[in-house]
Ligand binder design. Sequence first.
Ligand code: KPL
Length: 327
Amino acid sequence: MTHLSSYPWHICGVGAIGSLWASALIERGVPVTLLLKDTVQLEQYTGAGGINVWDQECNTHTQPVAFIPSNLTPSNSNLTKIKHLLVCCKAQDTLAAILPWRKIIADDAIIILLQNGMGSAQALQRRLPKANIYCAISTDGAWRKGPFDVVRAGFGDTLIGCFSEHLLSTQIPSPIQSLLTCQNNPAQASIPSVDLVWHTDIRTPMWHKLAINSVINALTAIYQCTNGELVNHPQGRPRLQQLCLETQDVMSRLGIEPMGQGLLNTAVRILQQTALNKSSMLQDVQAGCATEIESINGYIIAQGALYYLPCAGHKQVCEDLRRICAS
Ligand code: KPL
């Protein structure tokens, strides 16, 4: 197997999507190092014996090397400088997940943020001003059966483009170019794939995804309903309509290209296409995990505030969700 780069891709945030990417990259000969949170997660990793990805009938087992921040001792020469970093944790956890590794992150590291929500790239760039930050959004689906044991739930694609202002949107750095090309090897067609596509204006699809998440996720979590049930939900449907108007208003003030079919039509189509699914936020609430509400609806509210838009519907869903999570 050819190694496409001598520097590993370090992966921070090894949940469902991080595990899927780790597995797909290793199977394509790209070296991977996992950056785990703490000893508890390291023990889970050791207990699982590596990463398992279930993709229809096919099971892939990989065992990338893994570290935790307390491995950062001067004598640990196994831990190389981080030049390529893929971040798959929740947007609100980004700084807490990355900063413990700061000492060994190269100033000009290539950092890809593959997350829902917005705001984390700006916060990270403030802390690491010379870092070359790229953002990626994905329609891949995966869920965790257990720690490092992941089921692929659907094939989507992943768009990637430049975030840092000092980067040229048409210039693909070679480590990312390697990721774009390594997936097109027909000899490896049967192993878990990730379909990565370069986008010269990533802000537009990021906003479109944020818009969809902002009108669907919180409402399904509040009403504890599947995506399909939200379409004609007696209380949910009028709120969905209001959220769509508010989000569209914020997008138009920011000069973001509107969605071709309009936000409400697009949201209803996605709800119908994924009718039996539970949104990621409903899954988080049911699992007792922190939600992404701050980096989704909270981000819309903050952007709206720049233009004195009240975003009352978004504020109400944030409040309702906080109450539900506290109860
Ligand atoms: O992305 C989603 C999620 O659940 O996070 C969908 C299915 C589009 C709902 O917003």
